[in-house]
Design a protein around this ligand. Structure first.
Ligand code: PBG
Length: 328
């Protein structure tokens, strides 16, 4: 029998041309930022829990950046895995102007490429305990001294050539202090991308082993500064404070488990919203792919599109370099 229907939504799904005409959200390579790990070793090494993602020595990294750039990726966020002997309780290696990450930045910015280079501003790659700040005598992450170090480190980043700084530490007041410090030192064009709503997530595990801040599956408690995944109101407050303190871009992290927060931020602020599809979001898709339970590429695209649809303007993703063909 034939129904007499007023509405047949399937009419708009009959063929690829119609489907493309009514497509509401699009992913572009230029929306993506590729996170990149830098190391002091002689050779690149694949991160075990992140198949397809490598730590790069500077000498190989510059060639890789050229290759990625020519494929269409124009923005890179650098993360250092430093020699453990350089780590300390207070992580002051972050202020050493010839530290790995600053040498990497100088080498990359010496390339004749129009790219955006982003520094992750936090102490965890540099501290022996893996926390994002210095500890007080009770072992509690001490807000104000940490913030001062980060503000000073923002100048080292700017001087090394980083275009953007991205504080990922979740200390109170750091955006204001970093903005003030950059302004006072003639770095008025350095963009602050604030990790504003950064949740205490279990999805950071692969990243932490990648930069050597923990051994695999060892856990580290960051709940005295990162947000409780149960809390939307608290996330709103953090976003608002970072905007008021002078952030240029607000970031939500992780991405896919927090689409509601991304949507809230997109509807509430007039500055761009970024999202970080973090290491564990990458690893879970790749692991299921290796088990032949899921197809990594279609899952990655669906995940990124969901993040876009929720309201992220730019997305950090470890998949970025392997999706350029699909997205062009
Ligand atoms: C460090 C930092 C972390 C990530 C980015 N910057 C880890 C953490 O907070 O422990 C996570 C990125 C990822 O998992 O891909 N402040």
């Amino acid at each position: 029998m034939t129904l007499k229907l007023t509405h047949r939504p399937r009419r708009l799904r009959t063929n690829p041309v119609v489907r493309a005409l009514i497509e509401e959200n699009h992913l572009r390579t230029t929306d993506l930022v590729l996170p990149v790990f830098v190391c002091e070793d002689d050779f690149p090494s694949e991160i075990e829990s992140m198949p397809g993602v490598f730590r790069w020595p500077i000498k190989d990294l510059t060639d890789k950046i050229i290759e990625w750039y020519n494929s269409g990726i124009k923005a890179f966020a650098l993360f250092p895995k430093i020699n453990p002997s350089l780590k300390s309780n207070s992580g002051l290696e972050i202020l050493n102007t010839s530290s790995l990450i600053y040498r990497a930045a100088s080498a990359i910015k010496a390339l004749p490429l129009d790219l955006v280079l982003i520094a992750d501003l936090a102490l965890d790659p540099y501290t022996t305990h893996g926390q994002d700040g210095v500890l007080d005598k009770n072992g509690f992450v001490d807000n104000d001294p940490t913030t001062e170090i980060l503000a000073e480190a923002s100048l080292v980043c700017a001087n090394a050539g980083f275009d953007w700084v991205a504080p990922s530490d979740m200390m109170d007041g750091r955006i204001g202090l970093i903005r003030d410090t950059l302004e006072k030192n003639s770095h008025k064009d350095v963009v602050i991308l604030a990790y504003s709503a950064k949740f205490a997530s279990s999805y950071y595990g692969p990243f932490r082993t990648a930069i050597g801040s923990i051994d695999s599956l060892q856990s580290i408690d960051k709940t005295s500064y990162q947000l409780n995944p149960a809390n939307l109101q608290e996330a709103k407050r953090e976003l608002l404070l970072d905007e008021e303190e002078g952030a240029d871009i607000l970031m939500i992290k992780p991405a896919e488990p927090f689409l509601d927060i991304i949507r809230f931020a997109h509807e509430s602020f007039s500055i761009p919203i970024a999202a970080f599809q973090v290491s564990g979001e990458y690893s879970r898709i790749m692991a299921a792919h290796q088990l032949e339970w899921l197809d990594w590429k279609s899952c990655a695209l669906e995940s990124l599109l969901a993040i876009k649809r929720a309201g992220a303007t730019l997305i950090f993703s470890y998949f970025a370099d392997r999706l350029v063909e699909e997205l062009s």
